[in-house]
Design a protein around this ligand. Structure first.
Ligand code: B3K
Ligand code: ZN
Length: 853
């Protein structure tokens, strides 16, 4: 079989034809579903090329040009139509089998409902089309189906017609007045519960809001609809952007490859990001819903009204929209906590991607399977790049840049360069060097050093930057880095708080007027997506934890402090010395629990000690076995020393009903259970009396850390209570997946056969297999190789069922570079095993070959 080929950004060519209008006529009838697609095609420019359409897995019935059977050639993934006409009507009739579509791309079924997912290139498995984002058409869609089974027939835009037909059928017709690329097309047909509301836009237009959920779940849709209204209002005030259609629909389906999809006027959502009530959803779930509902809504302008010219430009809409959803969450919630969560994603996941075989710039240059590039790099590093522009320009100029961007490009498919040009032109700030962030892959490394000249009272900071080679890219140039610092005096007063313009390979910054050497806080708030190397002393970090004026900087200092003590312990182990932890560090963490000027949410973040995964990201090669022992020791020492304070906090907080109090209480509870088995009774009591899922899960998480009869008992009780609620069962699967005991994998093997588990449902697969591989670091990497083998078998099975999900889950297996040679060999052997299977999907092929090359 021919090996999958890469496509290159440098080969981009404007389309040879445009399609201005398309009429789709669906007759939904299980395996005999049919579609008549009629397009108005226009030749662009003076050429004699045939019209070449994209298409996959389509049973083609007929092709006509202007009503006459066409002269065409069908080949792998293409339909080539021979015609010399400059304008014509093209009719393509095809048959579809949504029931056997387990890839969940194109037209498929979720729990008996028809639904579609077209981004990135799913439309081509619905009909032959110019399936590329720079072809924007006006869609009119007719849907016909059995009325009793599918009372709701939905598509983009406005409902223009509906009626009854013979044989229990009915039909509807939708028209979307906004030209859009095929990836934003959507169709849903099913029987749902509906929650309705309305939003009056700033200019006084009434918008109907509808959320469709599985029968019996209407009461769980209130938070989603409230989040939608909040997002609509926020986008008007902060970004001056108003909604443009008279209706906004959200449909929640349980079978979905990712979080949600921003189809024009008809978002399709994973149930995980819609359904919530206090009993079944955690505070984190509520927050996730608000942020994803916001994200998809914000795409209406950044993505839909202005879209991407080609898929290499994906970050144009995704980086920008993640930035916008982060700002939304920060404006309506805690800015510090939201920033901390974003930093964790960058440091734990994006840095790992950047140093692995899939490293790519936020605007990739070559792609085999586009679905592999919906990554933390394109999304989250992309958002950091937008955030740096925001830092460099300031809010007012940034908003002027946004306004210019819409003024220039509304209704167009454009590039990342177009966006930067609008920012540059509106602000007058030169972003020439800054553009390198779009083309250079890898995480820049910044080495900082300080010196103090007591005679002149001058503090000097030297910064040096370099970006390591990544696959296909070497000899990188210096980046334009906004480098946020604070200088604090010995009494804790902030003396300097400033963003440095760090643009050279090496640069020196001096500050005068000090009587004593100040304490420096570097790269505050993660002002640029770089790795910082600086030898902070314990003394410095403690000072920053107490006095840094930014809450995020306090948290950053605490992460450095804990990391420092873990690495010291690893060093002790490697040199056969007894591990110990400096008392000042212990006192530092105790001080957090006793501080009266810290809010609970921030305390919770600081006491959530850095995960194994995040520690691994701090090194180039990891001694995993010693890291496990050292981290456990450090956590236990800190927890033991703080036992009294933890108990006091837990008691104090147990009666408080805020999300912040719950977060802190549950962190304290987990630490307490590490100290002494007798504290298990606290967790069991919390489990038994909890009236919300956050506390239920907090108790379960604390008990899940060790083998015990109490653990068995609460897990069994949870299972019987939630067996019929898939999203709650996902939490139960994830608890098993993160169980850090030798029996973990045997349990997981059994759970693959559990009645609530299904390989064809991505939520189930992610919560059991994905969470194990991504979050249960030490069990996954056990030297017996069982963890790798468990993941490998699952991936091989999923390759057939759902290639996109399979490829997403392979990430921990391809990032083997940091591990010892024994583990590397085991991981590579697993990858070889995957490479050898028949019918390996493009998705897996791309990742495995890159990892092994
Ligand atoms: N744009 C979609 C993601 C599509 C992923 C396709 N594999 C959701 C989002 O980012 O809003
Ligand atoms: Zn998005």
């Amino acid at each position: 079989m021919a090996q999958p080929q890469a496509k290159y950004l440098k080969d981009y060519q404007a389309p040879a034809f445009q399609i201005s209008h398309i009429n789709l006529d669906f007759s939904l009838n299980g395996k005999n579903t049919s579609l008549v697609a009629v397009s108005k095609v226009v030749r662009v420019g003076d050429h004699a090329e045939p019209l070449i359409l994209d298409g996959e897995n389509i049973q083609l019935q007929s092709v006509k040009v202007n009503g006459v059977p066409a002269d065409f050639i069908q080949s792998a993934g293409k339909l080539s139509i021979n015609t010399q006409l400059t304008q014509f009507e093209l009719e393509v009739v095809s048959k579809l089998d949504p029931e056997s579509n387990t890839s969940l791309e194109g037209l498929y079924m979720s729990d008996g409902a028809y639904c579609t997912q077209c981004e990135a290139e799913g439309f081509r498995s619905i009909t032959y089309f110019l399936d590329r984002p720079d072809v924007l058409a006006i869609y009119t869609v007719r849907i016909q189906a059995d009325k009793a089974l599918f009372p709701y027939l939905l598509s983009n835009g406005n409902l223009i017609n509906s009626g009854e037909l013979e044989g229990g059928l009915h039909y509807v017709q939708w028209h979307d007045p906004f030209p859009k690329p095929a990836y934003l097309f959507a169709l849903v047909a099913g029987d749902f519960d509906l929650l309705e509301d309305e939003f009056i836009t700033r200019s006084g237009r009434k918008v109907k809001l509808q959320v469709f959920v599985d029968k019996g779940n209407q009461h769980k849709a209130h938070h989603a609809i409230a989040s939608l209204k909040k997002s609509m209002a926020w986008d008007e005030t902060r970004f001056n952007l108003e909604y443009d259609l008279d209706i906004y629909m959200i449909v929640a389906v349980d079978f979905f490859n990712m979080g949600a999809m921003e189809n024009k006027g008809l978002n399709v959502f994973n149930t995980k990001y819609v359904l919530a009530d206090k009993a079944s959803a955690t505070d984190a779930d509520y927050h996730g819903i608000e942020s994803v509902v916001g994200h998809e809504y914000f795409h209406n302008w950044t993505g839909n009204r202005v879209t991407c010219r080609d898929w290499f430009q994906l970050s144009l809409k995704e980086g920008l929209t993640v930035f916008r959803d982060q700002e939304f969450s920060s404006d309506v919630g805690s800015r510090a906590v939201n920033r901390i969560h974003a930093i964790k994603v960058m440091k734990n996941q994006q840095f790992a991607e950047d140093s692995g075989p899939m490293a790519h710039p936020i605007r990739p240059e070559s792609v085999i399977e586009m679905n592999n590039f919906y990554t933390v790099t394109v999304y989250n590093k992309g958002a950091e790049v937008i955030r740096m522009m925001h830092t460099l320009l300031g809010e007012a100029k940034f908003q002027a840049g946004m306004a210019l961007y819409f003024e220039r490009h509304d209704g167009q498919a454009v590039t990342c360069d177009d966006f930067v040009a609008a920012m540059e032109d509106a602000s007058g700030i030169d972003l020439g060097q800054f553009r390198r962030w779009y083309s250079q892959a890898g995480t820049p490394e910044v080495i900082a050093s300080e010196s103090f000249d007591a005679a002149t009272g001058t503090f000097c900071l030297t910064l040096e930057q370099s970006t390591p080679d990544t696959p296909g890219q070497s000899d990188k140039l210096p980046q334009h880095i906004p480098f946020d610092i604070e200088l604090i005096d010995a009494d804790g007063n902030s003396v300097i708080n400033q963003v440095l313009d760090f643009t050279q390979q090496s640069q020196e910054f001096s500050f005068t007027g000090f009587n004593h050497k100040p304490f420096v806080s570097l790269l505050q708030g993660f002002s640029a997506p770089v790795k910082l190397e600086f030898d902070y002393s314990i003394e410095q970090l403690l000072h920053l934890m107490r006095f840094a004026s930014s809450e995020v900087a306090k948290w950053e200092a605490s992460v450095s402090l804990f990391s420092l003590c873990v690495w010291q312990c690893v060093d002790h182990l490697q040199n056969n010395k007894t591990m110990y932890i400096d008392n000042r560090i212990i006192d530092g963490f105790k001080g957090i629990l006793l501080a009266d000027d810290l809010n609970e949410a921030l305390m919770a973040e600081i006491l959530t000690l850095p995960s194994a995964g995040s520690l691994i990201e701090q090194t180039d090669s990891v001694d995993l076995d010693n890291l496990e022992v050292a981290r456990q020791f450090a956590v236990l020492e800190i927890a033991t020393a703080c036992e009294d304070e933890l108990l006091t906090k837990t008691r104090l907080l147990s009666s408080q009903g805020t999300a912040e109090a719950r977060a802190l209480k549950n962190v304290c509870l987990s630490l307490l259970l590490k100290v002494d088995d007798t504290h298990r009774t606290l967790a069991v009591k919390q489990f038994e009396t909890a009236d919300n899922m956050t506390d239920t899960l907090g108790a379960l998480t604390a008990l899940n850390a060790e083998q015990s009869s109490e653990r068995e008992q609460v897990l069994a009780s949870f299972e019987s209570q939630w067996l019929e609620t898939p999203l709650a069962m996902d939490k139960w699967f994830s608890l098993h997946a993160t169980y850090t005991s030798a029996g973990c994998i045997d349990q997981l093997e059994k759970l693959l056969k559990h009645e609530a588990f299904s390989m064809s449902n991505p939520n189930r697969v992610r919560s059991l297999i994905g969470v194990f591989a991504a979050a249960n670091t030490f069990e996954f990497h056990r030297l017996n190789g069982k963890g790798y083998q468990f993941l490998t078998s699952a991936i091989i099975e999923l390759n057939k069922v759902n290639p996109q999900v399979a490829a997403r889950m392979i990430t921990p297996l391809i990032q083997f570079k940091k591990f010892d040679l024994v583990r590397q060999d085991l991981m590579k052997a697993s990858l070889q095993q995957i490479l050898a299977i028949d019918d390996l999907s493009k998705d897996l092929y791309e990742k495995v070959t890159k990892a092994l090359s």
